[in-house]
Ligand binder design. Sequence first.
Ligand code: KIV
Length: 274
Amino acid sequence: MSATGTTRQKMPSDIAAMKGGAPIVCLTAYTTPMARMMDAHVDLVLVGDSVGMVLHGLPSTLGVTMEMMILHGKAVARGLQNACLVIDMPFGSYEESPAQAFRNAARLMSETGAGAVKLEGGQHMAETIAFLVQRGIPVMAHIGLTPQSVNVFGGYKVQGRGEDGARLMKDAIAVEKAGAFAVVLEKVPASLADAITAEISIPTVGIGASAGCDGQVLVVDDMLGLFTAFKPKFVKRYGTLGEQGEAAIAAYAAEVRSRAFPAPEHVFADEVKK
Ligand code: KIV
C-alpha cells in the first residue's frame, strides 16, 4: 500500500522482504494480455528469455536478442500495476564485462520500465552483479541449470547432485554477497534447494527445486498447457489451453467451410432499424 492507501507496484525490495514469509508467486509473461491476466495473482512477473523458445520457436534461449527482450518487456509492463517486473538479460549481453552488463541492463530497464534484471551465473558473475547493484540496478541471480549454458552442460541436466552441491552452495552465497535481491534455483535436488534456502538471507525462487524455496516460478505457457512441444518433469499443467485453442480453431474452420459462420447476428443490414 502507498502512503495514500492505494496499491503500488511491488519493487525488488518488497520481494527481498518476503524471505522466509508467504511464498513468492512468480510466473513468466511476454505479452500485455497475459500480464494483465496474472497481475492480481502474482508477486513477480519475469519477462524470461524463454520467450525465444515459447513464442518464437527457437531451439534454445541462445538466439534471443536485446531487441526481443525490449519489445516483450514493454508489452508486459503495460499490463502490470501490482507485480514486480523483472527482465532477463539475454545471452551475450552481460558476460563480457561488468561495463557491458551495465550498459545493457540500463537499456533494458530504461526502455521497458522493469524494476530489475535477471542474469545467469553464480561465483563467476558475482563481480558483475555487485557492479550493477552499486550503480542502481537490482539483480535477480539464476543458478543451477542455467539454460544459456546448455552447450557447456551438455543438455538440460539436473545440477548440484552429490559433491557438485558444494559448488552451487558457493554460487548462492556469492550472489547473495554480491547484492542480488533474490536468486532463481533451477533444476537442483530438493535437499540442496532447502539447504541453500536455509543458508542465505535472500529469497530463493525455485523451478524444479523444492517446495521449501521462498517462492516458485513457472513458464506461463507451460503451466497453462499452451506450450506442448515438451514438458519438463518440474512443470505442472494447470490448464489445457493449447488443446482448447486447437479445438476452437477446428470448430471455426468447420463453420467457415460449411458457411455456418458468419451467422445473421455477425453481419450488417443495409439499413439501420429504427
Ligand atoms: O527464461 C525464463 O523463463 C526463466 C525462468 C524459467 C526462471 O529464466
